[in-house]
Write a protein that binds this ligand. Structure first.
Ligand code: ADP
Length: 333
């Protein structure tokens, strides 16, 4: 099909956990969050109690899962990983809850996707470390009140706004993960280039950092691609020019936008004449899901002031027209 998207599909994804920090001190940035968490961990350990439940929210790739792995490591405990999309009924939670050892962590990614029934089941588990298990069916059904070992729930969501207030309120600690700045991304790239044995200089680190949409996961993915590119095209050499050529080749522009990001802007500017256009209409035209657009594409475009959200829909800004080199439609008064 489309050659450009084919190249992106070939792009190396992070070999899952190899670049993920193992300890909190290996994490770059998010200093405030880390400082608060360290205090909470310290205090909980001092009291010999499990850490309070924690909710992380923020766009994809900013470190929610990483926090869910380093926190149990700091506490020298284990973690069970679940995904909200897979928890369709209360019984899907049972194996996770009953397997937890005392003080262990249950991580639920995409927690905004759990249905109401599962959410309500979580309430007593979170609050009293108890659950009701229904045995049998119909008239012979009995309810068994089951005591859980005290645990810490860590929830992650890209949509804090979609969580119901009762669920949100049951998390003692709520942290929003924000975007990473240029220096932090350079630092992540430099550290990981050592792990990957890519001889990277400051110039190339800076090219990757500025084309990673303020997101560590993307910085890692771009670095992995640069490693492949350099090996096969530049005899293992890396400099700013080679880094630029490598990223150009897979359609990553100077702002770090990829093909899908530019497709969104292009649709909004050409098909909808700059908007306002509804998210669903844009998604239909692009033939992608509106969730993908809302979670993965829009946050950075909004943050970069390339689009704005109005009550009547999304609108492209002047900056977007300039970036995409599209002439804005004439406004007829
Ligand atoms: P999320 O769960 O928010 O989608 P992840 O925690 O999976 O994001 O982060 C994606 C990748 O980015 C991780 O595997 C890790 O390598 C890297 N990363 C995220 N946050 C940091 C950080 N603070 N310091 C260093 N690397 C990070």
């Amino acid at each position: 099909t489309d050659p450009e998207s084919a190249t992106e599909a070939l792009m190396p994804k992070e070999p899952d956990n190899s670049l993920r920090p193992r300890r909190m001190d290996e994490m770059v940035g998010q200093r405030d969050v880390i400082e608060r968490l360290k205090i909470a961990i310290d205090a909980a350990q001092g009291r010999g109690e499990p850490l309070g439940h924690i909710l992380f929210d923020g766009p994809p790739g900013l470190g929610k899962t990483t926090f869910a792995t380093v926190i149990p490591a700091e506490m020298r405990t284990t973690v069970e990983m679940a995904n909200g999309a897979g928890l369709k009924a209360p019984k899907d939670l049972l194996p996770y809850l009953t397997n937890l050892s005392e003080g262990a962590v249950l991580f639920i990614d995409e927690i905004h996707r759990i249905p109401k029934a599962v959410e309500e089941y979580l309430y007593t588990a979170m609050e009293d470390f108890r659950i009701d298990i229904i045995l049998g069916e119909g008239v012979s059904a009995r309810t068994l009140n089951y005591e859980l070992r005290p645990f810490t729930l860590i929830g992650a969501t890209t949509r804090a706004g979609m969580l119901s207030a009762p669920l949100r309120d049951r998390f003692q600690i709520r942290e929003h993960l924000g975007w990473y700045n240029h220096a932090e991304l350079c630092e992540i790239v430099r550290r990981n280039s050592v792990k990957l044995k890519v001889p990277i200089d400051d110039g190339s680190a800076s090219v990757i950092a500025s084309r990673s949409r303020s997101t560590p996961r993307l910085a890692n993915n771009r670095l992995l691609w640069l490693r492949d590119y350099s090996q096969s095209k530049a005899k293992g050499k890396v400099d700013a020019q080679i880094a630029t050529a490598a990223l150009d080749m897979i359609g990553i522009d100077e702002l770090g936008l990829d093909k899908q990001d530019r497709g969104y802007l292009d649709t909004l500017m050409r098909v909808f004449l700059g908007g306002p256009a509804g998210l669903e209409a844009i998604a239909h035209t692009m033939n992608v899901s509106s969730d993908t657009l809302e979670d993965e594409v829009e946050p950075f475009l909004l943050r970069s002031e390339l689009i704005v959200r109005t009550r009547r829909g999304r609108m492209a800004t002047q900056k977007a027209f300039e970036h995409m080199k599209v002439t804005p439609p004439k406004v007829t008064p």
